[in-house]
Ligand binder design. Structure first.
Ligand code: FMN
Length: 363
């Protein structure tokens, strides 16, 4: 094995990571019906605390921000204690964990909202084809409610409140999910944002929602503890931005100006390809960004070693490989074979397919 610093400790923004490997955010749909994490999630994340940095699954800032059942939230104080169990368990293993704050936007369903009948929200009319999985099984996506300025301000408040709860729950930082056609990304991308007010049209206007959320979170967290996840080339849910380079250059400049500490950069179309069209070299964003950059998407061990040798990114995040390999870092270090988790283990269920994958030693 060529010498690599992938497994060496490293410090960024005042935090010391055990190594340069991160757990990419993975929705696993095993929270309670009312969006609480607990001992099951504590076991799952602590098993994966060998990673230098853990990023949680998408955690909704409002009930209607969930994109499916059994997904966790931080929209109310009662949800803090369960996440505190998680952060305590990770910290007991000298791990670091950020909470990924999220709103699914139009990719939700009224049955998931607080009163069970409030329609999903979006920056603009954009009818989503296909079906969403709800507590009552698959249902067609519904007509959405186009957010008013008051709705937007209220949503920024929901992000700030969730960021405050994340702090109370003992997280080391927060990540804003600004990718994959969910609410923030739906504002950023021209395909899903056709507003003609101050939140739509120009790049600056489309980025305003993210900017105001960041400003609200900065009231609660030091910028060094805030990360933004961007997937500039993702085609999630059949949507993207038609001219992504200037848009994401602007977003990075904005993050630099606000003193945001971390960038989580998905290269390409998430989980699908690293080179979709329209394409630009997203690694240029890493150079533009002043803080550490986490790279993700379809990485193998060799690619991660190569990325560090070429210094194309600071940390490499693995998603799916962590599902079936709780001790992924050890396995990568040993260049051992990886276990492939069955697809039906990804979402939903209990401990099975979640916390019962053995480590190399146990196997
Ligand atoms: C089961 C599953 C759940 C995911 N959940 C999230 C999520 O909650 N938030 C997010 O930003 N990305 C999510 N992703 C995307 C992953 O973080 C990652 O970007 C993707 O799997 C590509 O990395 P990989 O090739 O290492 O798996 C999910 C992916 C999978 C397979």
């Amino acid at each position: 094995m060529s010498k690599t610093d992938l497994f060496d400790p490293v410090s960024f923004n005042g935090l010391t990571l055990k190594n340069r490997i991160a757990l990419s955010p993975l929705t696993r749909a095993r929270a309670t019906q009312d969006g609480k994490a607990g001992d099951l999630q504590a076991a799952y994340y602590s098993q994966r605390a060998g990673a230098g940095l853990l990023i949680t699954e998408a955690t909704a800032v409002t009930p209607g921000g969930r994109g499916g059942p059994m997904l966790p939230g931080l929209w109310e104080d009662d949800q803090i204690a369960g996440w505190k169990e998680v952060t305590d368990a990770v910290h007991a293993k000298d791990g670091l964990i950020f909470s990924q704050l999220w709103h699914a936007g139009r990719l939700s369903h009224s049955s998931l909202s607080a009163d069970g009948r409030t329609p999903p929200v979006s920056p603009s009319e954009y009818s989503q084809p296909g079906e969403i999985f709800t507590e009552q099984g698959p249902k067609p996506y519904e007509p959405i409610h186009v957010m008013t300025t008051a709705d937007i301000k209220g949503m920024i408040g929901a992000y700030e409140a969730a960021a405050t709860r994340a702090k109370k729950a003992g997280f080391d930082g927060i990540e804003l999910h600004a990718a994959h056609s969910y609410l923030i990304s739906a504002f950023l991308n021209d395909m899903t944002n056709q507003r003609d007010d101050e939140y739509g049209g120009s790049i600056e206007n489309r980025a305003r929602f993210l900017k105001e959320i960041l400003e609200a979170c900065l009231k609660v967290w030091d910028g060094k503890r805030i990360m933004v996840r961007l997937a500039p080339l993702a085609h999630a849910y059949g949507t993207w931005d038609t001219d992504p380079e200037p848009l994401f250059n602007h977003v990075i400049d904005m993050m630099n100006e606000l003193g945001i500490g971390w960038l989580d950069l998905v290269e390409g179309d998430t989980g699908v390809t690293r080179t979709p069209e329209p394409y630009f070299d997203v690694l240029k964003l890493r150079t533009r960004f002043k803080g550490p950059t986490i790279l993700n998407n379809l990485y193998t061990r060799d690619m991660a070693v190569d990325a560090r040798a070429k210094n194309t990114g600071d940390i490499i995040a693995f998603g799916r490989p962590f599902i079936g390999n709780p001790d992924l870092v050890e396995r990568l270090k040993a260049n051992a074979e990886l276990h492939e988790a069955p697809l039906n283990a990804y979402y939903g269920g209990g401990a099975r397919g979640y916390t019962d994958f053995p480590t190399m030693e146990e196997a």
